[in-house]
Design a protein around this ligand. Sequence first.
Ligand code: PLP
Length: 340
Amino acid sequence: MSAYSPPLEGRDPDQHLLLDFNERTLPISKAVEDALVSYIRSGRIQMYPAYGDITDKIAAYCEVPADQLMITNGSDQGIDLIIRAATDAGDEAVIPRPSFAIYAQCAKVQDLIIREPAFTREGGFPLAECLDAISERTRLICIANPNNPSGTAVSREAIISILEAAPKAAVLVDECYFEYMRETVCDLVLKYPNLFVTRTFSKTWGIPSLRLGYVISAPCNIQALLNVRGPYDVNQLAVVAVQAALENPQFMRSYVTEVMNESKALLEDFLDQQKIVYWPSAANFLWVFPRNPADWRDALFGAGILVRPKDDLKGKCGLRITLGNRQQTERLLEVIQSVV
Ligand SMILES: Cc1ncc(COP(=O)(O)O)c(C=O)c1O
């Protein structure tokens, strides 16, 4: 194994436009900032966390009963707990690739045998290959919806086929980018007790640094996962921020609308006009394959814009470009135009 070490050092929001980690590109709301400052000044930093009714509030936002939801330290922790709780060494896992690196990382820690059907630009999610890869010993299937880095959307029907074909496997549906795609399977958790949905406040809500994610699953699974999660794993400041953010979901939604309806359309139109290849995406990022990716990256870097190089399965270099607001996308396009 090797450590999962994303290139995080040296990123500076004062110097760079950060289009490399699929983060929110605008500051958090004043209300969230005020709530954090006021908590820090309240003399309670030296106390252990107390989560109050945060689970009820997040469950209400998700329109699920509170006993179907557990908060975690980012969705990464939810993913880790599900994989640890559902599998033993030597079990099989189906993890289509390329996808978010944490699934394979956690699966390797558990010593699982990993099957890796391939996403394709034309075919999208490899449903038939995933169904073929399921065996008597499959205990885990990971589906990022939409997928990272490709942005590929996975249909509800495809997820249901997998849930039905693998009743003994935990089917982890990672809805990290849910607010951008607005499709969910969390309404299916009672019908399919092998379904685990993970989500986060890291992306659209803009607080990845504070780490708050959650798992939605059948109440018996939530109880089992609570047995594994530590009592203080979630940072109190994350809870304070989310309490304040949930008071005004419109702040998050208006950003999502600008990114998805304006910025994404701008970049896609430009790429289409220039006949530059990219993967169809349901998320706030595009995986783009320019003819000269190194030139793009250098020019963007020179202009203070960071994007993330990500090779496809054949080793071809693509750039995963996060979309920001309209103004930021126009700035991005100006630089790309100069290279093209
Ligand atoms: C598909 C996917 N899942 C999960 C995560 C991690 O989210 P969190 O910050 O909630 O741990 C990411 C982050 O990039 C992601 O792309």
